[in-house]
Design a protein around this ligand. Structure first.
Ligand code: ATP
Length: 144
Protein backbone atom coordinates (compact mmCIF):
# COMPACT_ATOMS: atom_id res chain seq x y z
CA UNK A 1 0.00 0.00 0.00
CA UNK A 2 1.50 3.35 -0.94
CA UNK A 3 1.52 6.04 1.71
CA UNK A 4 1.56 9.81 2.07
CA UNK A 5 2.84 11.89 4.97
CA UNK A 6 0.14 13.52 7.11
CA UNK A 7 0.94 16.35 9.49
CA UNK A 8 -1.79 17.85 11.68
CA UNK A 9 -0.71 21.06 13.35
CA UNK A 10 -2.64 23.19 15.86
CA UNK A 11 -1.51 26.66 17.06
CA UNK A 12 0.29 25.16 20.04
CA UNK A 13 1.62 21.80 18.80
CA UNK A 14 2.06 19.10 16.20
CA UNK A 15 -0.97 16.93 16.95
CA UNK A 16 -0.21 14.03 14.61
CA UNK A 17 2.45 13.08 12.10
CA UNK A 18 2.50 9.73 10.33
CA UNK A 19 2.78 8.07 6.93
CA UNK A 20 -0.78 7.10 6.10
CA UNK A 21 -2.74 5.28 3.40
CA UNK A 22 -5.83 7.50 3.28
CA UNK A 23 -7.41 10.55 4.95
CA UNK A 24 -11.11 11.38 4.91
CA UNK A 25 -11.98 14.97 5.81
CA UNK A 26 -15.00 17.22 5.74
CA UNK A 27 -14.07 20.33 3.77
CA UNK A 28 -16.16 23.46 3.25
CA UNK A 29 -17.11 21.88 -0.09
CA UNK A 30 -18.06 18.45 1.29
CA UNK A 31 -16.35 15.18 2.16
CA UNK A 32 -12.99 14.43 0.55
CA UNK A 33 -10.90 11.26 0.50
CA UNK A 34 -7.20 11.90 0.02
CA UNK A 35 -4.94 9.12 -1.24
CA UNK A 36 -1.20 9.25 -2.04
CA UNK A 37 -0.44 11.22 -5.24
CA UNK A 38 -3.62 13.28 -4.94
CA UNK A 39 -3.70 16.42 -7.08
CA UNK A 40 -2.54 19.57 -5.26
CA UNK A 41 -5.33 21.20 -3.29
CA UNK A 42 -6.00 23.82 -0.64
CA UNK A 43 -9.36 23.85 1.14
CA UNK A 44 -11.06 25.01 4.31
CA UNK A 45 -12.18 22.46 6.89
CA UNK A 46 -15.34 22.50 8.99
CA UNK A 47 -15.49 21.06 12.54
CA UNK A 48 -15.50 17.25 12.34
CA UNK A 49 -13.67 14.06 13.25
CA UNK A 50 -11.11 13.32 10.50
CA UNK A 51 -10.66 9.66 9.65
CA UNK A 52 -7.15 8.36 9.06
CA UNK A 53 -6.46 4.94 7.58
CA UNK A 54 -2.83 4.21 8.36
CA UNK A 55 -2.79 0.79 6.70
CA UNK A 56 -5.22 -1.90 5.64
CA UNK A 57 -4.66 -4.02 8.74
CA UNK A 58 -5.16 -1.22 11.26
CA UNK A 59 -8.37 0.37 12.53
CA UNK A 60 -9.24 3.88 11.51
CA UNK A 61 -7.73 6.63 13.68
CA UNK A 62 -10.09 9.52 14.45
CA UNK A 63 -8.75 13.04 15.05
CA UNK A 64 -10.97 15.96 16.09
CA UNK A 65 -10.48 19.17 14.14
CA UNK A 66 -12.26 22.41 15.05
CA UNK A 67 -11.67 24.05 11.65
CA UNK A 68 -8.79 25.43 9.62
CA UNK A 69 -7.18 24.54 6.31
CA UNK A 70 -5.77 21.52 4.53
CA UNK A 71 -3.02 21.66 1.92
CA UNK A 72 -2.38 18.62 -0.25
CA UNK A 73 0.73 18.15 -2.38
CA UNK A 74 1.68 14.86 -4.07
CA UNK A 75 4.04 14.06 -1.16
CA UNK A 76 2.33 15.52 1.89
CA UNK A 77 -0.97 16.48 3.52
CA UNK A 78 -0.82 19.36 5.97
CA UNK A 79 -3.78 20.19 8.19
CA UNK A 80 -3.44 23.60 9.83
CA UNK A 81 -6.15 23.41 12.46
CA UNK A 82 -7.55 26.19 14.62
CA UNK A 83 -7.68 23.44 17.28
CA UNK A 84 -7.25 19.69 17.01
CA UNK A 85 -7.05 16.82 19.48
CA UNK A 86 -6.30 13.13 19.47
CA UNK A 87 -9.09 11.16 21.19
CA UNK A 88 -6.87 10.38 24.19
CA UNK A 89 -6.44 14.11 24.84
CA UNK A 90 -10.14 14.95 24.68
CA UNK A 91 -11.86 15.90 27.93
CA UNK A 92 -15.26 14.27 27.37
CA UNK A 93 -17.05 16.17 30.14
CA UNK A 94 -15.75 19.48 28.84
CA UNK A 95 -17.05 18.66 25.34
CA UNK A 96 -20.42 17.58 26.77
CA UNK A 97 -20.67 20.84 28.73
CA UNK A 98 -19.74 22.85 25.62
CA UNK A 99 -22.43 20.96 23.69
CA UNK A 100 -25.06 21.65 26.35
CA UNK A 101 -24.17 25.37 26.49
CA UNK A 102 -24.33 25.69 22.70
CA UNK A 103 -27.64 23.81 22.49
CA UNK A 104 -29.13 25.97 25.22
CA UNK A 105 -28.05 29.18 23.42
CA UNK A 106 -29.43 27.94 20.11
CA UNK A 107 -32.76 27.02 21.76
CA UNK A 108 -33.02 30.43 23.47
CA UNK A 109 -32.27 32.15 20.16
CA UNK A 110 -35.04 30.25 18.37
CA UNK A 111 -37.53 30.88 21.16
CA UNK A 112 -36.88 34.61 20.70
CA UNK A 113 -36.80 35.24 24.44
CA UNK A 114 -35.84 38.82 25.42
CA UNK A 115 -32.45 37.65 26.70
CA UNK A 116 -31.72 36.03 23.31
CA UNK A 117 -30.80 39.41 21.78
CA UNK A 118 -27.11 39.09 22.48
CA UNK A 119 -26.80 35.56 21.11
CA UNK A 120 -24.52 35.09 18.11
CA UNK A 121 -26.28 32.14 16.49
CA UNK A 122 -23.48 31.27 14.06
CA UNK A 123 -20.97 31.24 16.88
CA UNK A 124 -23.23 28.96 18.94
CA UNK A 125 -23.73 26.61 15.98
CA UNK A 126 -19.99 26.37 15.38
CA UNK A 127 -19.37 25.71 19.09
CA UNK A 128 -21.95 22.90 18.89
CA UNK A 129 -20.23 21.40 15.86
CA UNK A 130 -16.81 21.53 17.57
CA UNK A 131 -18.25 19.74 20.61
CA UNK A 132 -19.91 17.11 18.38
CA UNK A 133 -16.62 16.61 16.49
CA UNK A 134 -14.80 15.94 19.78
CA UNK A 135 -17.46 13.56 21.03
CA UNK A 136 -17.51 11.70 17.70
CA UNK A 137 -13.72 11.39 17.83
CA UNK A 138 -13.98 9.59 21.19
CA UNK A 139 -16.85 7.42 19.95
CA UNK A 140 -19.60 8.91 22.13
CA UNK A 141 -23.06 7.97 20.88
CA UNK A 142 -24.92 11.13 19.87
CA UNK A 143 -28.54 11.70 18.94
CA UNK A 144 -29.04 12.29 15.21
P1 ATP B 1 -14.72 25.17 25.26
O1 ATP B 1 -15.98 26.00 25.27
O2 ATP B 1 -14.81 23.95 26.11
O3 ATP B 1 -13.46 25.98 25.48
P2 ATP B 1 -14.27 25.36 22.42
O4 ATP B 1 -14.87 24.57 21.30
O5 ATP B 1 -14.69 26.80 22.47
O6 ATP B 1 -14.60 24.57 23.75
P3 ATP B 1 -11.76 25.73 21.14
O7 ATP B 1 -11.79 27.23 21.03
O8 ATP B 1 -12.08 24.95 19.90
O9 ATP B 1 -12.71 25.27 22.35
O10 ATP B 1 -10.34 25.25 21.68
C1 ATP B 1 -9.60 25.99 22.64
C2 ATP B 1 -8.49 25.09 23.17
O11 ATP B 1 -9.06 24.11 24.06
C3 ATP B 1 -7.76 24.29 22.10
O12 ATP B 1 -6.41 24.16 22.47
C4 ATP B 1 -8.45 22.94 22.12
O13 ATP B 1 -7.58 21.90 21.68
C5 ATP B 1 -8.81 22.80 23.60
N1 ATP B 1 -10.05 22.05 23.86
C6 ATP B 1 -11.32 22.48 23.66
N2 ATP B 1 -12.20 21.57 24.07
C7 ATP B 1 -11.49 20.50 24.50
C8 ATP B 1 -11.83 19.22 25.04
N3 ATP B 1 -13.09 18.84 25.22
N4 ATP B 1 -10.83 18.39 25.39
C9 ATP B 1 -9.54 18.77 25.25
N5 ATP B 1 -9.14 19.95 24.75
C10 ATP B 1 -10.10 20.82 24.37
Amino acid sequence: MSTIKLEVVSPDKVVYTEDIGMLIVRSTGGELGILPHHAPLVTGLVPHAMRVRVSQDRDEQLIAVAGGFMEVTPEKITVLATASEMPIDIDINRAKEAMARAKERIARFHQGQPESDGIDIERAQLALRRAIARLRAVGTELEA
